[in-house]
Design a protein around this ligand. Sequence first.
Ligand SMILES: Cc1ncc(C[n+]2csc(CCOP(=O)(O)OP(=O)(O)O)c2C)c(N)n1
Length: 654
Amino acid sequence: MTRLLDELDLPKGLKHLMLSQLQQVAGEIREEIIDTVSKTGGHLASSLGVVELALAIHTVLESPNDKVIWDVGHQAYAHKILTGRLKEFASLRQYGGISGFPRTDESPHDVFDTGHASTSISVALGIAETRDLRDEDFTVLAVIGDGSLTGGMAFEALNHAGQLGTDLIVVLNDNEMSISRNVGGLASYLSRIRTEPHLLKARRELERIVKNIPFIGKDVSESMRKLKGSLKYLVIPSMLFEDLGFTYLGPLDGHNIPLLIRTIQHAKAKGGPVLIHVVTKKGKGYPQAEADPRAFHGVGKFHVPSGKLLASGGSKSLSEIFGEAVVRAASKDPRIIAITAAMPDGTGLNTFMKAYPERFFDVGIAEQHAVTMAGGLASQGFIPVVAIYSTFLQRAYDQIVHDVALQGLHVVFAVDRAGLVGEDGPTHHGNLDIAFLRSIPGMTVMAPMDEDELVSMLDFALGMKGPCAFRYPRSSAMDEKKIKACPPIEYGRGTLLLDGQDVAIIALGSMVYPSLDAAAILRNKGISAAVVNARFAKPVDEPLILKVSSKCKKALVVEEASVIGGLGNAVSDILSRKTQGKVDFAHLGIPDDFVTHGPREILLAECGLSAIGIAEAALRLCKPGGAVSMARGVGQTVASNIEGATETCEAEIP
Ligand SMILES: Cc1ncc(C[n+]2csc(CCOP(=O)(O)OP(=O)(O)O)c2C)c(N)n1
């Protein structure tokens, strides 16, 4: 049967549809999202929850002239379908396909690149101000979830927008969930609004009026007049948003299309900053996601009828192994505290949350606060372990410098999802942490080669003094480990895993095993490679590196991190100071560029960060004149097969 969705000229075509047709389109979009995400993985529950909202927005507004900004953007799948990307939708998050987040280079309807939370109101305000400065006429609307509203930046923007009085619509999508259940006073506040008796009465009255409007279309003026009076009920005096200078409309049923349409129309007509509070069900329309929105927030491939994950393997993720190790450590040391910024599941700290709830803090999407709070805890003799994905730790840089490192406080940073994360793409890759952490005075930076070393590094970090970070990739425990023994961690010391004569491969963290595989490839070509497990990106094991490099006269540093500011820079600095040009040097890492989305092993291989890529780089270095920095651009053809790349872990998406 042909779908209405296939016949429409989107988004314009929505404006001519009757309510029943809009409802039909909502159903078709849901099926499309469920079917696609079951094959590609992605942010299912959040996207299913805003189908009606996206429809209503695109029915009332005229995108791309009007500007719609989706906070985080993980929920923008319906928006993508409604703005001309139905045909490409099957390629969601695939290498070369459309992104899982709004991307300005993908469509003029994506007005800003997003991926990190709590930015939408600031972006919207900036755009609205340019409109006013240029005396233009268009609507700017930001959609922000109740989870993302816990981020301080959202409040900074609300505070400013209210003061400016700019025409701006903010839709608060309240589904009571962040990835896990939303936390904090704001969550309780929104819950009170949802259940307040006089608001419930007003909501019912409004829904009654809307129900009696037969058509959605051009002839809205009469209905609008009736509605305006009724909407006044929904303006509550003396409430947070009103006090910040916003007109508050809500709370509304976020799945009621006519109600949403009328309210957006009203907000547009009203002018000034308006906040529309909609209540939605995360996972709406797919029973398994409604029942467990946490599991279906970011999901791998799954079987649609049962909702069962088609997981790639049974191995534990590094995050889970880390989480269990912190619990073990905390059982011996009551000073250990665990902190997450809205990611208890993703970071593996959910185990700690259950074991030691009194020593566990989920601070909401508030990385800056997480780090400074850790500083406060450490100042009183506790040992906070702050587990944050590399990409989100970027947000807390000043806090690491000013509130932790400056005072030499003992805070342990577990930097998860370091390196290339895969399908979530450039907003989520964690390639900068080594560069930004190494430059902080007093900071120790480590990277484990595998799960055993991860646990040893955690224990080492807990026993240290001062700020300390260890970074590990989005990966799993190895089914069979080539290196069984894990000698104790010594401060600033690496280990020589394989001795060789011709080239020294100095590998960090996730690149150690591919480097050993590369050494095997090189051996078949008659080249004897030494492999050093650097362990520390700061302080670097200068004596070991000098010894092995001087012997081989050629040194290749390999790291899953930006070529700028990483271990490679540190080693090149040592060699140039201490070997008077006697060692040829090359450096393989993530290029100084924003890397696209796609399977992690493909992206790594494109950067040359696979066994074959490393072997090729070593071979080039061994040729006369081969000493170059060799970050390969993503998108360049990779002639070799992908071999020896680390496995991916499909089951969870940040
Ligand atoms: C700065 C930052 N920290 C953490 C995340 C990871 N993250 C992605 S979505 C999300 C929850 C967002 O909740 P909400 O805004 O309520 O949207 P919902 O998924 O419930 O629709 C989190 C924590 C992020 N994207 N950005």
